[in-house]
Ligand binder design. Structure first.
Ligand code: CXF
Ligand code: ZN
Length: 401
């Protein structure tokens, strides 16, 4: 076929931080070498789109077209593209995969050195934009910009999926749902019978819940300030919601009480770095006088000693402190909205807890997304898109601020 030309299409353009998006006619260049042009079918709204639009944390780059969580159909391909053809169904990928850099080949990272997070609003290959209005550049977001009828992405930032998959549903797998599932499966490796606490019950938090449930977690506690979200999450007969309204200050204590000494896993899905301390505190450690229970220890006498000391409650056995049986794991996956720095008392880690961060749930986007789509299509275990209908024993804690 003849080489693709510039097209004009409609896009929702953000002209400034926090300003309403305006539907504009934009020009979109043909795909450059190794790029593809996509007719966007569905694009969901991710909280990080809003954070960047509010521009509280990320750089203010305007005018800009947001959107990075999308599905679509390949309209045309650039030179050298062998992986895609016109008409292929694709998901966009906000952090690409070149498959040759050190990160991609490592098996240890899912953030590509070449096509990883793009933060300047331009394309990876030439640091330029493909969108313009009357010749003036309009910037990209995460090298995807899916709030447009058409967009151009690097071929390493899209993944071919089964044409049978419903595009309007699977777009959620291109960011939020995959991030949540991956956090539970790849990063935390939630174990059967475990207790899980989730801070933030948006798409990401609910997907962590689905992932934890599918791995056999026996108790899942959801925390949010918005009671509507809690209700939405429990809107079915299969789950046994226990609603409780509590003060933020008591949050980790309440969770420790419900979980008999702390959760096995906690997940920060809000993007509030202050919540990381609470998430760590909500995890299991041994020094908890009111719920002290001997746990398997290489030094049984120390457990006894610890118990005795705990009866007096004033001292902490130093040996116990070091040879503790704390094991809680906190995974942070929310993208900070306001304050990127975090702080927590070192003792929270010294007593054996682990803090892990993750982006996109540890999935290598191009390698792993097709199988997630297939899993959804085959309904492998149950639905992995957030319907939450499989949750049992869910407690919802609504925080009063
Ligand atoms: C985000 C990750 C952090 C930087 C901005 C984009 N991706 C998904 O929401
Ligand atoms: Zn996102």
């Amino acid at each position: 076929s003849s080489s693709p030309a510039v097209i004009t299409c409609k896009a929702a353009v953000a002209w400034g931080a926090g300003e309403p998006l305006v539907m504009e006619e934009v020009e979109l260049s043909p795909p450059h070498p190794h790029e593809i042009r996509i007719k966007v079918f569905s694009s969901s709204l991710c909280r990080s789109d809003i954070s960047a639009w509010e521009s509280q944390l990320l750089q203010a780059i305007f005018p800009r077209i947001f959107g990075h969580e999308a599905s679509g159909i390949v309209e045309s391909i650039g030179e050298g593209v062998t992986e895609f053809r016109e008409g292929d169904h694709v998901l966009t990928v906000f952090t690409g995969e070149c498959r040759t850099c050190r990160q991609c080949t490592s098996g240890k990272s899912n953030v590509c050195q070449v096509l990883g997070l793009e933060r300047r609003g331009v394309m990876h290959s030439d640091q330029k934009t493909r969108f313009s209005i009357k010749g003036k550049p309009v910037f990209h977001y995460c090298a995807v910009s899916s709030f447009s009828e058409y967009t151009v992405v690097h071929s390493g930032c899209a993944v071919k999926v089964s044409p049978n998959a419903p595009l309007e549903k699977i777009c959620l797998l291109s960011c939020g749902v995959a991030a949540g599932l991956g956090a539970a499966w790849n990063v935390a490796a939630v174990s059967e019978g475990s207790t899980v606490v989730i801070f933030g019950l948006g798409t990401v938090g609910l997907s962590v819940a689905q992932g934890a449930r599918l791995k056999g977690a026996s108790r899942i506690i959801g925390v949010d300030t918005n009671p509507d979200k809690c209700e939405k999450a429990s809107d079915n007969n299969l789950c046994v919601p226990v609603f409780d309204v509590i003060l933020l200050n008591f949050l980790s204590q309440v969770i420790k009480r419900i979980t008999d000494g702390g959760a096995d896993y906690s997940f920060e899905c809000i993007g509030d770095t202050g919540m990381i301390t609470t998430a760590l505190q909500s995890c299991c450690d041994v020094i908890h006088p009111s719920t002290f229970k001997p746990r398997t220890s290489p030094f049984p006498h120390i457990v006894i000693l610890h118990g005795i000391l705990n009866l007096t409650s004033k001292f902490i056995c130093l040996v116990c402190f070091i040879w503790h049986q704390g094991w809680g794991l906190t995974v942070t996956l929310g993208v900070p909205k306001v304050k990127p720095e975090m702080s927590a008392h070192y003792g929270l880690l010294l007593t054996g807890r682990t803090l892990k961060g993750t982006i996109f749930g540890g999935w290598k986007p191009k390698s792993d997304l097709p199988s997630l789509v297939d899993m959804y299509m085959n309904k492998a275990s149950t639905s992995i898109l957030p319907s939450i209908t499989t949750l049992l024993h869910v407690y919802f804690l609504v925080i009063l601020e």
